[in-house]
Design a protein around this ligand. Sequence first.
Ligand code: PA5
Length: 430
Amino acid sequence: MFLKLITDHVNSFVSEHEIENLAPFINTNHELLNNKTGPGNNYLGWLDIAKKINSKTLESITNAANKIKSDSDILIVIGIGGSYLGARAVIEMIKSPLYNSINKKNPDIYFAGTNISSSYLSSLLEICKDKDVSINVISKSGSTIEPGIAFRVFREFLEKKYGKEESKSRIYVTTDEHKGKLKELANHNNYQTFPIPDDVGGRFSVLTAVGLLPIAVAGIDIYELLNGAKAAMYDYNNPSVLKNDCYKYAALRNCLYRKNKLIELLVCYEPGLNVFCEWFKQLFGESEGKDQKGIFPSSVSFSTDLHSLGQYIQDGSRILFETVLDIKSTSKDLIIQPEDNDFDGLNFIANKPMSFVNRCALEGTVAAHTKGGVPNIILEIPEINEFNTGYLIFFFEKACAMSGYLLGVNPFDQPGVEFYKKNMFSLLES
Ligand code: PA5
């Protein structure tokens, strides 16, 4: 196993027999997932995408990424929700949250279509002014308003800069294989297209072309990412909750929810994981929050948020539990240097690596929060690399599916999202 589930800090809140009591339900749900007979069974393509993704698709993603790398300073990724979060999460996790600012040979990557802010888009246009730019517009439905607006703006930008013909070779479209307005537009203009499989919903699509093209442009090995997900696919296929950490995590969440722990905080101690936490929030929020039920997924980035939300977590309403992403080893470490006159009184940590201080923060916080009545589930990840990231993605996707079934909801639809859209469109049309 490349991921270790540590339950020491949740055992005093959920006992072993409570997990065992869920075993028959887990078993049934496992069958529903594997036989594709449960709610939302048309959207289970993500379960084996790492194994069955077409080698031709992977080749054309790699070729397109190489072309973008060779002719562009900037790639603008246009998409919202599941159509951008996964790619951004992986890039920041594996490369850096400061990816665009670091010294590198691959293009900068900016995300657009994630809001309806004209000041954001204007600033982005300004950044692109004197640069060579390509765009990857991603929308499964092909009709989402936020990316739709951004695509209009950037298509016009490219056409003005390069002319209609050349701009065509700088537009990459990731959308439904067969239908939708974006697909029609791409066919009409001969834009290169990448398919989003029919049976993979937006928030489960990071390991399709949706995530893989931008990720490859960032110079990340997409084959290793898929290898990690493939390994997790086999490792987490045991129906027994006691032998399958992915199902155990889902069971723990369910037990905690029944004890009024209504909010899950995904905790990280590396800013590189902040967007991964956003991806997690979308995955679980859109999958579980239904029929007036569901854990509210949230996240905190420590130690930053210990100075803002730490008080509440330690001492506020006891409706929280935490899932801590514990990265055991960091690739870059700084040694804290001694100061001759110890002007800040910090010489007691001199000659120690920063990772050691971060670890003490993690261990001290887990102990304090657990004592304060906040159960802590810990996921140990040996280090951040492509393989482990793919593995972690699959872990959460499968845990999410199992959690949804345990809760009695369809984890693969999102009917609630339509309500605001209806109101917005009727206001826009009037
Ligand atoms: O998970 C989902 O299905 C959603 O979050 C979508 O990804 C998001 O709404 C974007 O949809 P689309 O790709 O159709 O533009």
